[in-house]
Structures are given as structure tokens and as C-alpha cells.
Design a protein around this ligand. Structure first.
Ligand SMILES: [Zn+2]
Ligand SMILES: [Zn+2]
Length: 277
């Protein structure tokens, strides 16, 4: 049952890098990054990984034809669901797409066009029937996609660039901080500023700190660093997200147990999970 609340969110994809469906990932889910955030009657979608396909069917059922989609960046695990997102295929739907300016100056539109191009894809961007409106910001800027919804942004530390988001609505806040790599021993001031005293912080927890040592430069962080930042910034609830496809359900259970000991009340994101800030 969905909450009787004005502000709530649901996870449609919690994985990073590559979808990993199968019997060993059934409990946490195998789809890549996609989040639904409901602000009163307005829907924000955050990233369009493979989880966007099922969200699109749900939104079509609910007759939601206008929405904003916030993209953290254009890596394929955050983008590949867009052509399969039913509202994007629907004539009369209006999608407002937001992204930070990518390193090198490529636009979001150009990145999607490059993905939807032979020999990678059978149909071009023009084949999407919805009206698409592209909006670009410089990470660090704020904007208001709809009256009453304020979105703050911050630059993340990721190859080709990425933006973190803070969505403020109805006196509460949800932060989405992925993909990003921390520098051990340093505080990421951009992130600390963004997430200060947030109700929920969803954070790139791809690796464990033991795995991280051999993965420097890959652009990802750890649940241990997420818990540390949450403590420093006075975040209420920390949510570990963007799970490595190599972490099956049993491995995720171990992480969830360790995280609960480290920071009571923290959550490991699962597909289908609903949260109220
Ligand atoms: Zn990713
Ligand atoms: Zn990425």
C-alpha cells in the first residue's frame, strides 16, 4: 500500500554499473538506478536506469503525463531505461529533463542521441513521441522545477562529472548523491554542504571499504564513507544505494547488518522500497 503522504519516494532500481537480475538478487533487486519522488501530485523521476521501465508502466496506469526527470549524469546505467520508459513513448506526455553540464561540454540530449543510434540502438531519439524539454544547470546551482519544489545541486567526484541533488519540499528534504568517489582522509565539502541535516541521504555505496582499495579511480564510494558523511552532516536517515552487481542478496544482508551496527536506523535500498522523509 502506498503512503497517505504528500512527500514520499520509491526505489525502482538500486544497482550500479550493470543490471543483475536473477535468483541471487531477487530480494534487493537487479535493476539499475531509478527513483520516483512524489511531491504532492507532482512526480520527479531521478535517473533512468533499467528500473525506469517498470516505473513507466506504473505512471502510465496512474495517467501521469507530465513530470521532471533529474539525471545525475549520462553513464549508461543511469540512462538506458529512458527509451523503454512508457511516458517518453507517449504522444501528449511532457517530460522536463534536467542535468548538470558534463565535462567536455556534451549535452544530455547529445548523450541520449549517441545512445539511440546505429549500431547501438534500433530507433533514434526522434522516435520518442513525448515532448522532451532539456534543461541544463551548472552543478552548485539551485532551481525550482515546479512551484513549491526546490532542488539544490552539487558537483560530485566522478569520471566525466556527475551532480548530486537535494530535493526540498513541504519542509523536508531528500538527497541523492551518486555516483561519486571519496578521497580517504578528506571531507567532500560539496557533499557535506548539500546534505546538511537532510531527512534522507541516498549515497553511492557501491563498494565496501575493503573492496575500495583495489577500485580507486572507478568513481564510486563505500557504505562506510556514507555513514561517516551522514554523521558529520547530521543526516537523519542514511540509505546505501548503487549496489555493486557482484553483491548478491546474502552479501547485501551482511552489509545491512554491519551498517545497522555502525549507524542505527540506516537503510540498504531495495527495489520496491517506499520511504517517507
Ligand atoms: Zn552508476
Ligand atoms: Zn557513473
Amino acid at each position: 500500500m502506498l503512503p497517505d503522504e504528500t512527500f514520499w519516494l520509491r526505489f525502482w532500481g538500486v544497482r550500479g554499473s550493470l543490471a543483475c537480475p536473477g535468483p541471487d538478487t531477487i530480494r534487493y533487486g537487479g535493476n539499475t538506478s531509478c527513483l520516483e519522488i512524489n511531491c504532492g501530485p507532482h512526480v520527479l523521476v531521478v535517473d533512468c536506469g533499467t528500473g525506469a521501465r517498470l516505473l513507466g508502466m506504473e505512471l502510465a496506469d496512474r495517467k501521469v503525463g507530465a513530470m521532471d526527470i533529474l539525471f545525475s549524469h549520462a553513464h549508461i546505467d543511469h540512462l538506458v531505461g529512458l527509451p523503454f520508459f512508457q511516458p517518453a513513448q507517449t504522444a501528449g506526455a511532457a517530460l522536463s529533463l534536467w542535468s548538470g553540464r558534463f565535462d567536455g561540454g556534451t549535452s544530455l540530449r547529445a548523450a541520449i542521441s549517441a545512445m539511440m543510434q546505429a549500431p547501438l540502438f534500433p530507433l533514434p531519439l526522434d522516435a520518442l513521441n513525448a515532448k522532451l524539454h532539456f534543461n541544463e544547470f551548472v552543478a552548485g546551482e539551485s532551481f525550482s522545477p515546479q512551484p513549491g519544489i526546490e532542488v539544490e545541486t552539487a558537483a560530485l567526484n566522478h569520471p566525466n562529472g556527475a551532480a548530486g541533488y537535494r530535493i526540498n519540499f513541504d519542509g523536508r528534504s531528500v538527497c541523492y548523491v551518486t555516483d561519486t568517489e571519496h578521497v580517504p582522509g578528506e571531507d567532500d565539502e560539496n557533499i557535506l554542504r548539500l546534505v546538511r541535516e537532510a531527512d534522507i541521504m541516498i549515497y553511492d555505496s557501491t563498494f565496501t571499504s575493503a573492496e575500495f582499495k583495489a577500485r580507486r579511480g572507478w568513481g564510486h564510494s563505500t557504505w562506510e564513507e556514507g555513514a561517516r558523511l551522514a554523521d558529520l552532516a547530521g543526516v537523519k536517515v542514511f540509505v546505501a544505494f548503487h549496489h555493486d552487481p557482484g553483491h548478491d542478496d546474502d552479501a547485501m544482508d551482511v552489509i545491512a547488518g554491519q551498517l545497522e551496527k555502525r549507524r542505527v536506523g540506516s537503510i540498504v535500498a531495495r527495489e520496491g522500497m517506499v520511504l517517507v522523509p
